[in-house]
Design a protein around this ligand. Structure first.
Ligand code: 5GP
Ligand code: MN
Length: 768
């Protein structure tokens, strides 16, 4: 039945189901006719009985002899029991018999019916429902059968005759009753099953439907049982000869699997993925089952608008069960998300596909069912420890638990720069600073020169120059003085004490962003509002970065991690704080003069880009970019068709902006070698400081390879480039055409490889 949930049925449940007494023609107080089967089948000594796929354990038989007097017939059965290894009780009165029976529930009760003067065998039988009828052969057995006797034994005291009788009973009635009890267990399971199950005979007459079937299909049992399956309205979506196909399949003793559309009583069509037909012995049995996942999850079958038929028969193997239950899960989504449509198409394609294709599509479905569609499956522990640590350190948020030693960051108000009171204008930039920015539109621009010239506050100066180049103030209708105050306010909230995540990194990302915005393809794709959003996002994207990773903050139980639920903690903070700083004070509110809707659009774009710098989403962003932009562009260009639509669609502009800021954010390995080395030294130092602190605070060490005593910086850079950089910049280069960056990347990679081959751990080779 492929039930998702397991149903446990104890013997007690079977007996309480009341099926036995319902089916019998007896009154409720009287047990059904036939040999009684003890409820406790499993005791210390038992024999195994195979019943279909079930293995039953049958205890040695217990026999109750009700004989008023000891005579040769009584003794014959006693000896026979001994020979057969059955346990035997003898009762001389009806009262003793009932008492004994109530205690032991014998498998066989043999009642002496020869002498009516001792006791009334018929009424005793009505209580214990059993047998033994004497030698009045001329009498009809019907009254006795009605009384509950189901076998008559003609008087014969010969021990072998008694023995043979007992053996026949054991292998006939008793065994059959034993198996019937197992059937009861099965029916109880069917009744409880959340899958809709329908059983028909070989003539397609419906014999059984379970409650799940009733509620999913909207029929009552009584409307279906006894009807031929073709009388039940079917969906026109099925091929006309579908039932015939299924039938001929069963006749050959095969199982049928496929897609089937069932029609509810109210006319709704259920998309059903799978029907299988069971064939058992001579009897042909059709069993189809539907899973209504909605109901099996929520116990609310009324909601099941998309249902799945998924039957398994005894013959079907576990893999096909898995296959169909996974399809069921996917199809059960009631809201038609795009992924649901994709999966429906695949399912339909599977229907007419040969087995190898269907199986390949099964694997596709498995992958589609995962939520982490864009994250590469991480390899085993043997992999490079640097990669492992990067993954652990950058790709996870708070998955490592608190160590108990909580690290709380001091709450503090955002910084206000001391010189904010009298903002300088672009013309006031000191000449030596202006000079370091002369080639700011070149990729090889040296940010560290600027950093030194302006005493570690490069963001304001570079920001002023770049924002002015892109006409940001005009776009925002904001005075240059406001922009200057804003830049100073943002820069003041970068920690100059961080070796990497300080305002020089922000200025560097702003520089890369501006550089990318000038690329032809990017210009074709983005509008001015996108450019402005990109420049602002780059400027604020790491504001108030504490110099520790998200994992660290989560492990330490920091206030920020608590505030943002261990999810994109830093990125959420950068974006939120940026808007707080901006809007709190009119003097630096660059958005103040914007029209509301335009502001909302701009704000959304900035937030989206800042959040895109979160590394747990790295592969998602890169893969979406490749799939939605690189690939369609390549296809269109090959055919000489226009690419304008791909470049400018709102969805794709979002992907371009995300990719742009991500590439700008981690573009260090594509910078000229000297700059690349400097950045590598800074990020390593920041990670070392984190590891030092983790050890000091007894926190989990997030990236153990970044230990200042043992770390190989070349190796860490090689891993970072291999894991995050190469594919991303290949894709970005394919889009934006960046041969110089790729050349630097190549050089830098070779540089780190060279050091690593010489087993050097440092940033540079030792002086000759
Ligand atoms: P950000 O925090 O700067 O917005 O996001 C970029 C992430 O990449 C940061 O977590 C930063 O630590 C990491 N990263 C940037 N450059 C390098 C590098 O050269 N090596 C390594 N190992 N990580 C880097
Ligand atoms: Mn950054």
């Amino acid at each position: 039945m492929g039930c998702a949930s397991s149903i446990h049925i104890s013997d007690r449940v079977v007996y309480q189901s009341g099926k036995e007494s319902d089916d019998s023609q007896q009154t409720n107080t009287t047990p059904a006719p036939g040999l009684l089967i003890k409820p406790n089948a499993i005791k210390n000594t038992f024999t195994q009985v195979q019943f279909g796929p079930m293995r039953l354990y049958e205890d040695h038989l217990e026999v109750l002899l009700v004989f008023a007097k000891e005579d040769s017939q009584n003794n014959g059965f006693c000896w026979a029991c001994e020979k057969a290894n059955f346990r035997c009780n003898v009762a001389r009165t009806p009262e003793a018999a009932l008492e004994c029976f109530q205690e032991k529930h014998h498998d066989l009760v043999i009642i002496d019916h020869r002498h009516s003067r001792y006791f009334d065998a018929e009424s005793l039988c009505r209580y214990v429902t059993l047998l033994y009828q004497p030698d009045r052969e001329e009498a009809s057995v019907m009254p006795l059968i009605n009384a509950g006797f189901n076998r008559r034994y003609v008087e014969n005291a010969n021990m072998m005759a008694c023995y043979n009788e007992l053996l026949q009973l054991e292998h006939g009635e008793v065994l059959a009753q034993f198996k019937l009890r197992a059937c009861n267990a099965i029916f109880t399971a069917l009744e409880q099953s959340q899958e809709a199950i329908e059983i028909t005979n070989e003539d397609q007459v419906i014999q059984y439907v379970n409650p799940a079937y009733e509620s999913i299909m909207g029929y009552q049992q009584g409307e279906l049982i006894g009807k031929e399956i073709i009388e039940v309205p079917k969906s026109e979506k099925n091929k006309p000869d579908l039932l015939e196909t299924i039938n001929s399949c069963i006749r050959k003793g095969k199982e049928w699997q496929g897609i089937y559309y069932a029609k509810k009583k109210n006319g709704d069509i259920l998309f059903t993925s799978y029907v299988s037909i069971k064939y058992s012995g001579d009897e042909r049995v059709q069993a189809e089952s539907q899973t209504d996942i909605q109901s099996s999850k929520h116990k609310d079958r009324r909601k099941g608008s998309l249902d799945v038929r998924s039957t398994t028969s005894r013959g079907s193997d576990g893999s096909s069960q898995r296959r169909h239950s996974s399809m069921a899960r996917i199809h059960s989504m009631t809201i038609e998300a795009p992924i649901t449509k994709v999966i429906n198409i695949i399912n339909a394609a599977q229907e007419s596909s040969p087995m190898p294709v269907a199986e390949a599509l099964d694997r596709v479905l498995e992958i589609l069912r995962t939520t982490e569609l864009y994250s590469p499956q991480l390899g085993t522990k043997e992999e490079d420890p640097h990669t492992n640590d990067l993954v652990g350190g950058l790709m996870t948020d708070g998955l490592r638990r608190l160590s108990g030693n909580e690290y709380i960051f001091a709450t503090k108000q955002p910084h206000l720069p001391s010189h904010l009171a009298m903002p300088l204008s672009l013309n006031d930039i000191p000449p030596h600073v202006a000079q370091t920015m002369e080639n700011e539109d070149s990729w090889d621009f040296d940010i560290f020169n600027l950093e030194t010239a302006c005493l570690k506050r490069p963001l304001t100066y570079l920001g002023l120059k770049i924002f002015s180049r892109f006409g940001v103030c005009e776009f925002l209708s904001c005075p240059e003085a406001t922009l200057r105050s804003w830049l100073q306010g943002i820069e003041a909230n970068y920690h100059s004490t961080n070796s990497y995540h300080n305002s020089s990194h922000a200025a560097d990302v702003l520089h890369a962003t501006a550089y990318f915005l000038c690329k032809e393809r990017v210009k074709q794709s983005l509008e001015q509002i996108d450019e402005v959003a990109s420049l602002i996002a780059a400027t604020v994207h790491d504001v108030d970065h504490p110099g520790r990773t998200n994992s660290f903050l989560c492990n330490a139980g920091s206030e920020l991690a608590i505030l943002y639920n261990d999810t994109a903690v830093l990125e959420s903070h950068h974006a939120a704080l940026a808007f707080q700083i901006t809007t709190r004070d009119d003097k630096c509110n660059i958005f103040k003069n914007m029209e509301r809707n335009e502001y909302r659009t701009l704000r959304q774009a900035i937030i989206d880009m800042v959040l895109a710098t979160e590394m747990t989403k790295h592969f998602e962003h890169v893969n979406k970019f490749v799939n939605n932009i690189n690939k369609p562009l390549a296809a269109l260009e090959e055919n000489g068709e226009s690419v304008k639509g791909i470049l400018t669609s709102p969805d794709n502009r979002i992907l371009v902006k995300r990719m742009l800021i991500k590439c700008a954010d981690i573009s260090n390995p594509c910078r000229p070698l000297e700059l690349c080395i400097e950045w590598a030294g800074r990020i390593s130092e920041e990670y070392f400081a984190q590891t030092d602190e983790e050890k000091r605070q007894s926190l989990p060490v997030v990236m153990p390879v970044f230990d200042r005593n043992t770390c190989s910086i070349p190796k860490s850079q090689i891993s970072f480039i291999d894991y995050f950089i190469t594919d991303m910049f290949d894709a970005w280069d394919a889009f934006a055409d960046l041969p110089n960056l790729m050349q630097h990347l190549d050089n830098n990679f070779k540089y780190w490889k060279g050091l690593d081959e010489r087993k050097l751990h440092s940033l540079r080779p030792p002086p000759e």
